[in-house]
Design a protein around this ligand. Structure first.
Ligand code: PLP
Length: 441
């Protein structure tokens, strides 16, 4: 028998995304307001935000400059058509984003979410291969446990079983690398794990199976967030880059969570010193205020498309809301805020303190692994026998009721606070989490 809904009044109509709707609607947790490092519920109770919303509010909540920019923009021009027309701040914002991306990766395509950015990136990769006379390169390679949003492209290259199993046959011609998570060899590693660089060699096996002439691109998250903070082992990303170069395969970094200071650099590409061919981004692009995604493309890809186009429109792809004026206004003010407050530098400076504080939870109840990078941590809990995910979900609810917002995925707690976090708040997060874990079975 399906679970009865028994919603509290007024909650029926909204079908919530990625949510246990029946459970939520019996016992809703509603947020009413946000400022700085905190959310507030309807009774004015403060909840410390250890997840920057959903990895997106990197500058903290209710930032005056962003509020003012959006307010001004909606009064001036609420919307402008995006096809064969535009408006100055879309160009200004693209130039500003291009100042942060690796040199030469300065052609920016706008979408409205991470999922759309990913689908746009995959389409650009395919269209580029065709434009340069390599039209047989149609395969896309992702990675198990990868998350690239929920479009059909994203779930096809993604590697999360439940995001795939309900939705038919997905894209054809997709293959997957193995994920890099290996608790047996790497438990409680600080920073990048030692073991597993050789997992990148699986790309050679895929090439041997299909031939390089059929493969357009590989897409990976430099640090996989949504499946519970899976870090690249030392040397892994370098190896992946080298194999892609050897075989003429494009490398796409999905930086939807690693972009905009999460690792203490504008992008993970800079942090790791590895230049992909395409970067996808969203979330911190506008500090989560107005939905937006973007794709940063290497000039060689863009210029090839411009030179070799067989029609006036070089890329048959785009969205009604690409480069939306409110999103661009919010984005420019967001980048100003990051810069003026030196938030990426602040994150880099705070990372060792964060690492120390989070690893102090090693002996907390239920914990079987802790792994960190930049201002990210994954804390893996021992699953309840026969009831995977239950313990973490209970940790989430208990933490929320205690005034701490955490994110859980499977039996893993993933924390990624706004970059404005201070040492005292980091200590508070660790203390509260320890108490929560002690309280749940
Ligand atoms: C790496 C990565 N790619 C894509 C997405 C999808 O972004 P959105 O939910 O904005 O579509 C996410 C969201 O968490 C993500 O972490």
């Amino acid at each position: 028998m399906p679970d009865k809904i028994n919603s509290q009044p007024g909650l029926d109509a909204y079908w919530m995304p990625f949510t246990a709707n029946r459970r939520f609607k019996r016992e809703p947790r509603l947020l009413a307001r946000a400022e700085g490092m905190h959310y507030y519920d309807q009774n004015g109770r403060a909840i410390l935000d250890a997840t920057a919303g959903l990895w997106c509010v990197n500058a903290g909540h209710a930032r005056p400059k962003i509020i003012e920019a959006v307010r001004r923009q909606i009064g001036e021009m609420d919307y402008a058509p995006s096809f064969n027309l535009s408006h100055p701040i879309a160009f200004e914002f693209a130039s500003r984003v291009a100042e942060l991306t690796p040199r030469g990766m300065d052609r920016i395509f706008f979408a409205n979410s991470g999922s759309e950015a990913v689908d746009s990136a995959l389409k650009i990769a395919l269209a580029y291969q065709r434009a340069r006379g390599q039209g047989t390169r149609t395969r896309l390679i992702g990675r198990t446990r990868g998350y690239h949003g929920v479009g059909f492209g994203g779930i096809s290259v993604g590697g999360i079983v439940r995001n795939r199993m309900y939705f038919g046959t997905l894209l054809t011609g997709v293959d997957h690398l193995p994920h890099t998570h290996d608790i047996k060899r790497n438990a409680f590693s600080r920073g990048l794990p030692e073991h597993g660089a050789e997992l990148a060699d699986a790309l050679e096996d895929i090439v041997a199976l299909h031939d390089a002439s059929t493969i357009a691109a590989v897409i990976v998250e430099p640090v996989a967030g949504s499946t519970g903070v899976l870090l690249p082992p030392k040397g892994y990303l370098e190896r992946l880059r080298a194999i892609c170069d050897k075989h003429g395969i494009l490398l796409i970094f999905d930086e939807v969570i690693t972009g905009f200071g999460r690792l203490g650099a504008p992008f993970a590409s800079e942090y790791f010193g590895i230049r992909p061919d395409i970067i996808t981004m969203a979330k911190g692009l506008t500090n989560g205020t107005v939905p937006m995604g973007a794709v940063a493309v290497d000039r060689k890809i863009h210029d090839t498309m411009m030179e070799r186009a067989d029609a006036p429109i070089e890329l048959f792809h785009g969205y009604t809301y690409s480069g939306h004026p409110l999103a661009c206004a919010a984005g420019i003010a967001t980048l100003d805020t990051y810069k003026e407050e030196k938030l990426f530098e602040h994150a880099a400076a705070l990372a060792p303190y964060w690492q120390e504080a989070m690893h102090s939870l090693k002996d907390a109840r239920h914990v079987i692994d802790i792994r960190d990078l930049g201002l990210i941590v994954g804390i893996e809990l021992e699953p309840r026998p026969g009831k995977p995910t239950e313990r973490a979900l209970e940790a989430f609810e208990t933490a929320f009721d205690a005034g701490l917002l955490i994110r859980v995925t499977g039996d893993i707690i993933a924390l990624s606070p706004p970059l404005i976090v201070d040492k005292q708040q980091i200590d508070q997060m660790a203390d509260m989490l320890r108490a929560v874990l002690a309280r749940i079975d």
